[in-house]
Design a protein around this ligand. Structure first.
Ligand code: ADE
Length: 244
């Protein structure tokens, strides 16, 4: 079954963009997923193709019009797919949500302009606001590309077994341990001896310790969440799903 992505945007030329290359591009070419980018402006009704207007109450920037966006959404039949609005004020995207989306039928992603979208269309069309991080992009398109990239690599059949099991080891909530390959000495620095000694149990122990060390140092938020999960596994709402 094909995982369907529909993107509503003022810049359909941005798609598939980088998703036409590499892993996602191959999966797109072989029909594991499909992508339709629709131009929101096609649903404007005046001869200027107006899609936004000044904010009620005053203030800077422009606001995307509810009527135009609602017509664009209604024309793109969601067929039970979740409708997401890319927005810096959305719920932060997590690997767990990505995994859920990837195992569903697909998504409809709405790319707003960052000044905002009329609040009424968000409620009327049940849009789930999603943020890809605490910084402001100039539009939702790059956020939608990031979200799609994260989903596509988890669509069943896209990744090989090897990559999927690497995914599982990340899903225990730790950052990746350091990796090395040949040459054995690079600018005078060697590879940690444990990795070249051939003792697989020792390698596993070293990698686990390194993953924990990095997570504690760089992501105390992930570390605390993991500790709480290990203390009370049944009660946790944040427990990553399989593959997530
Ligand atoms: N649009 C603008 N900034 C964004 C962000 N950080 N996440 C999602 N959509 C956005």
């Amino acid at each position: 079954m094909t995982w369907r992505a529909t993107v509503l945007t003022l810049f359909p030329e941005m798609f598939p963009g980088p998703l036409g290359l590499s892993l996602a591009g191959k999966a797109l070419a072989t029909g594991l997923w499909s992508l339709d980018a629709h131009d929101i402006r096609a649903h404007a009704t005046d001869r200027h193709g107006t899609v936004d207007d000044t904010p009620a109450g005053g203030g800077p920037g422009m606001v995307m019009k509810a009527d135009v966006l609602a017509r664009a959404i209604d024309a793109a039949a969601a067929d039970g797919r979740p409708r997401l609005l890319m927005s810096p004020r959305g719920t932060p995207l997590t690997q767990a949500r990505v995994a859920e989306l990837a195992h569903g039928p697909g998504i409809v992603a709405v790319c707003g302009r960052f000044e905002g979208v009329d609040e009424r269309v968000i409620a009327a069309r049940n849009l789930e606001e999603v943020s890809i991080g605490d910084y402001v992009l100039s539009g939702g398109e790059i956020a939608a590309l990031a979200l799609l990239d994260a989903c596509v690599r988890l669509i069943p059949g896209v990744m090989g077994k090897e990559a999927s099991s690497a995914e599982e080891s990340f899903s225990d909530g730790l950052l990746e341990y350091p990796q090395y390959t040949r040459p054995g000495v690079f600018e005078g620095i060697g590879i940690p001896e444990v990795l070249t000694g051939g003792d697989h149990a020792k390698v596993r122990t070293w990698r686990q310790a390194e993953a924990e060390r990095l997570t504690r140092a760089r992501r105390p938020d992930l570390w605390t969440a993991r500790e709480n999960r290990l203390k009370t596994p049944a009660k946790s709402a944040e427990k990553p799903r399989d593959g997530g």
